[in-house]
Design a protein around this ligand. Structure first.
Ligand SMILES: *Cc1c(COP(=O)(O)O)cnc(C)c1O
Length: 459
């Protein structure tokens, strides 16, 4: 009797011996009874092992590694709700310190009074920035006694999906500049042809997701300054610096794309891209408080004290805001500059090796991000989609996609170098790419990629 009981206990004590492991996990219905914590943990953990390895994810711009001290701060702050400014006043203060530091990094003029918010990512920053411009335009038109039913926004097909989302969700006509083979950003002429009195803003992309190139922001600014003087249309520029705003200040501080330019009024940046923080933080920085119309700022008074908010969502964690502040303090300008230099160098090193192999051609000439976009050279028996699939066998996650219209015939293979992309990794992925190319070129020709396989955004 005693023996039997003992046996049962031992058996039950082993996680994989538990009865939860010989049945499928509950998927559609919440189970009636729960399960031991170790069983739930192990079931979920094991299933997640089938995800890709974040360190080998060369598709994403988003951070997959932070220092142990940052990890510690994140753990220690994850039970605070960011929106409770009254309860967590220091967190709120830290957010605003980050905003001030970024405004300074983006060269805000001395006489300006910059403002801004932390967001969940650049997408929220884009929505909030563009909404501010929509409202400013509306208020201005109303004052002039003019109609406000036809706002438009001018941008290139090189923008991220979020811009098309903004236009549709907030009912703004999208004046999209098409791309051309060999031209993957917009030009000043493209902009000039599309702006009018109803243009709420022009979008300048600082590092496109497709090729890592930048729109000619300084020249667009010149055009809009001229238009303001001659026609009286005060059209702001919003900079989508999701990736570039945390790169260029360190790699190319002399290039003017930021608040040094008269019409640049708002900038978004992804803290979780080259801000070097895990997913969940972005920034919207406005050149001056006057850029943000009062009617968009809500005064919330039910958390104790009156609190102004300009956000799309309400509750969120504080950890990533704190982690951003950690990086700003810990690395300083010099630290960021060193990381960006290594990252750029390792990206360029791999790019050169790919081109030297004579199997690839550069698509992203003059790119400003550690992003390499290449296409296959000449006619091959395989395409970039097959190459990406083959590399997945080794664990590498690399995207293949077609460029936006009218350059959609161009099939691109992209690698994003991030902080933890070491020289060693560059060599390792290069060798695996060569091996994959050799394997694929020996295969019988395969039918082309499926119809309807469109360019998709991987960030
Ligand atoms: C990543 C990216 C976005 C979207 O940013 P999230 O931080 O993912 O919301 C927008 N624009 C550009 C240029 C991007 O690279």
């Amino acid at each position: 009797m005693v023996k039997k009981k003992e046996k049962k206990q031992n058996w039950e004590g082993s996680t994989y011996g538990l009865r939860y492991f010989d049945k499928p996990v509950p998927k559609d219905k919440m189970p009636e009874n729960g399960m031991p914590a170790d069983a739930a943990y192990q079931l979920i953990k094991d299933e997640l092992q089938l995800d890709g390895n974040p360190a080998l994810n060369l598709a994403t711009f988003v951070t997959t590694w932070m220092e142990p001290h940052a990890d510690k701060l994140i753990e220690e702050t994850r039970n605070k709700n960011f929106i409770d400014h009254d309860e967590y006043p220091k967190t709120a203060e830290i957010e605003q310190r980050c905003v001030k530091m970024l405004a300074d990094l983006f060269n805000v003029p001395k006489n300006a009074d910059p403002t801004g918010v932390s967001t969940v990512g650049s997408s929220e920053g884009v929505m909030l920035g563009a909404l501010a411009h929509k409202w400013t335009w509306k208020n201005r038109m109303k004052k002039k006694g003019k109609k406000t039913d036809k706002p438009n926004i001018v941008m290139g097909a090189d923008v991220h999906t979020v811009w098309e989302k903004f236009a549709r969700y907030f009912d703004v006509e999208m004046r999209l500049v098409p791309m051309q083979p060999g031209k993957y950003v917009i030009t000043v002429k493209d902009v000039e042809r599309r702006i009018d009195e109803n243009t709420i803003c022009v979008v300048g992309v600082l590092g496109t997701t497709y090729t890592g190139q930048m729109d000619p922001i300084e020249d667009i600014n010149k055009l809009l300054v001229k238009v303001k003087r001659t026609k009286g249309w005060d059209i702001p520029i919003h900079i989508d610096g999701a990736s570039g705003a945390f790169v260029l200040p360190f790699t190319a501080p002399r290039i003017k794309w930021d608040f040094r330019l008269e019409q640049v009024k708002s900038i978004n940046a992804s803290g979780h891209k080259y801000g070097l923080v895990y997913p969940g933080v972005g920034w919207l920085v406005l050149k001056d408080k006057s850029v943000l119309p009062d009617d968009l700022v809500f005064q919330v008074n039910y958390l104790g004290g009156v609190m102004p908010t300009y956000t799309l969502n309400f509750s969120k964690g504080t950890s990533m805001v704190v982690a951003q502040y950690y990086n700003l303090l810990r690395l300083g300008r010099k630290g960021y500059a060193k990381i960006m230099k290594n990252t750029m160098d390792n990206g360029t090193y791999l790019m050169k090796k790919l081109v030297d192999s004579k199997k690839f051609e550069v698509v992203s000439a003059h790119h400003i991000l550690p992003v390499l976009a290449v296409k296959l050279k000449g006619k091959q028996r395989y395409n970039v989609f097959e190459l990406a699939a083959k590399l997945r066998e080794k664990g590498w996650i690399t995207p293949a996609y077609t460029l936006p219209p009218n350059a959609q015939k161009i099939e691109v293979f992209r690698i994003v170098a991030r902080e933890n992309f070491s020289r060693e990794m560059a060599d390792a992925v290069f060798n695996d790419i060569m091996e994959a190319c050799d394997f694929l070129s020996k295969k019988k020709p395969k039918p082309k990629k499926k119809k309807g396989e469109k360019h998709h955004h991987i960030c």
